[in-house]
Design a protein around this ligand. Structure first.
Ligand code: B12
Length: 215
C-alpha cells in the first residue's frame, strides 16, 4: 500500500471509530518501518482533527469524541516505544512539558513530546492537568532549559501565563525558554504572556526548540 493510502486509511479508521482497524494499522506501520512521526501527524492526528470538526458541526456527540480520543491514545501506546527507539542518543537539552491544570487534552502535547524526543531532546513529560507551580518545580529539579506548556481550552490558557508569572516572581525567568502550544494559542497570546514562542504542530515545534540552541 502506498504511504498516502495508508495515511488516509489510518485517518478514516479514527473517523469511523474503528478501534481494531486503527490498532492494526498502527502495528502495520511499525512492522513496515514507516516514518512513524508522519504516521502520527498525518494519519492519526488528521483523523482526530476531522472528528473535532464533526463535533463542531454537531454531526457527532461527546461519547463519540471521547471514543476517538481513546482510540488515538491506544494507537500512540503502540507507536511511542518505537519512536523512542528511533530517537537520537545525543541530548540537545532538557525539556519539561505538560498540559496545564484543568485541561485533560493530552494528545497534541504527547505528539510534541515524542517529536522533541525523536529530535534528541531529553523530555520530561509530566502529563495533563498539571498545576503551573509543579511545572516550574520540575523544571528546576531536572535542570531543564525549556518549558513547554499546552492548553486546548480558552479557559485554561491563563495557566500558561501563570507559568511565566511564577518564573518572574521567583526571579528565574531567564533560566528557561517558555514555549506555548495548543489550538487556541496565538502570537499575540505569547506576547501577552511574556513567553518565548509557540508552535502549532509538532514539526515546527521541534524546529522552534532547536532555533533557541546556541543563542
Ligand atoms: C480529542 C478532544 C478531546 C478528548 C481529549 C482526549 C485526550 N486525552 O487528549 C476529550 C474527549 C477527553 C475532550 C474533552 C473535552 N473537550 Co475536547 N477536544 C478534542 C479535539 C477534538 C481534538 C484535540 C486533539 O487532540 N487534536 C489533535 C492534536 C494532534 O492537535 P492539538 O491538540 O492541536 O496539538 C497540536 C498543536 O496544537 C501543537 N501543540 C499542542 N500542545 C503543544 C505544546 C507545545 C509546547 C507546543 C510547542 C505545541 C503544542 O502541536 C500539536 C501536534 O500537532 C478538539 C478539537 C480541535 N479542533 O482541537 C476538542 C476541543 C479542544 N475540546 C473542547 C472542549 C470544550 C472539551 C470539553 C470541555 C468537553 C466537555 N463538555 O466535557 C472537555 C474538556 C475537559 C477538560 N477539563 O479538559 C473544545 C475547546 C473549546 C475552547 N475553545 O475552549 C474543542 C476545541 C472542541 C470544540 N470545537 O468545541 N476533548
Amino acid at each position: 500500500m502506498s504511504t498516502e493510502k495508508m495515511l488516509n486509511e489510518i485517518s478514516d479508521a479514527i473517523v469511523s471509530l474503528d478501534k481494531d482497524k486503527a490498532l492494526d494499522l498502527a502495528n502495520r506501520a511499525v512492522n513496515e518501518q514507516m516514518d512513524l512521526l508522519e504516521v502520527v501527524e498525518k494519519g492519526f492526528g488528521e483523523g482526530i482533527r476531522k472528528i473535532g470538526d464533526l463535533w463542531d458541526e454537531g454531526e457527532i456527540f461527546l461519547p463519540e469524541l471521547m471514543l476517538g480520543g481513546n482510540i488515538m491514545q491506544d494507537a500512540m501506546k503502540i507507536l511511542i516505544p518505537h519512536l523512542k527507539e528511533q530517537s537520537q542518543k545525543i541530548s540537545l537539552g532538557t525539556v519539561v512539558i505538560a498540559t496545564i491544570e484543568g485541561d485533560i487534552h493530552s494528545i497534541g502535547k504527547t505528539i510534541v513530546a515524542t517529536m522533541l524526543s525523536a529530535n534528541g531532546f531529553d523530555v520530561h513529560d509530566l502529563g495533563a492537568d498539571v498545576p503551573a507551580e509543579r511545572i516550574v518545580d520540575e523544571a528546576l529539579k531536572s535542570g531543564a532549559q525549556f518549558i513547554g506548556v499546552s492548553a486546548l481550552l480558552t479557559t485554561t490558557m491563563t495557566g500558561q501565563k501563570r507559568v511565566v508569572d511564577i518564573l518572574l516572581e521567583k526571579n528565574i525567568r531567564d533560566k528557561f525558554k517558555v514555549i506555548l502550544g495548543g489550538a487556541p494559542v496565538s502570537r499575540s497570546w505569547v506576547e501577552e504572556c511574556g513567553a518565548d514562542g509557540y508552535a502549532d504542530n509538532a514539526v515546527s515545534a521541534a524546529a522552534l526548540f532547536k532555533s533557541f540552541l546556541n543563542k
